[in-house]
Design a protein around this ligand. Structure first.
Ligand code: CU
Length: 124
């Protein structure tokens, strides 16, 4: 197999434009949260706070909370924090009981890219 210089140039150009158009660096990634991922806490939180690397579109961003791997916990509606548009707040209307919780989040950043992820925390 051999590639001409022109073929390689075209391939390199396509690669660069693909990377640029998907905006790899601009996606909203979870940077921190309260309660923190993998943390063990002793006081039931009043809300979940998720900090992202980019500003979010609140209508298309949110999180679901499950208890012990199977029971979905009802929460208030996710909204952007007054701290900043890159922070999502999920109110917990009912105090959590002890156990392990999973937070599965989805985010749409203002650049139009979707990301998802999940983490756990344990309430002792
Ligand atoms: Cu992006």
């Amino acid at each position: 197999m051999s590639f001409s210089v022109k073929t390689l140039t075209v391939a390199a150009t396509l690669l660069v434009s693909a990377l640029t158009s998907t905006g790899v660096l601009a996606h909203a990634h979870l940077t921190s949260a309260e309660p923190a991922p993998q943390s063990q806490i002793t006081v039931a939180p009043a809300q979940l706070t998720l900090h992202f690397s980019e500003d979010l579109e609140p209508s298309f961003s949110g999180a679901t909370l499950t208890h012990q791997g199977d029971k979905t916990v009802s929460t208030g509606k996710a909204s952007l924090s007054s701290q900043g548009k890159n922070t999502l707040v999920l109110p917990l209307d009912t105090p959590l009981s002890a156990g392990k919780y999973q937070v599965a989040w989805h985010a749409l950043s203002v650049d139009g890219h979707r990301t998802t992820g999940s983490y756990t925390f344990t309430l002792k």
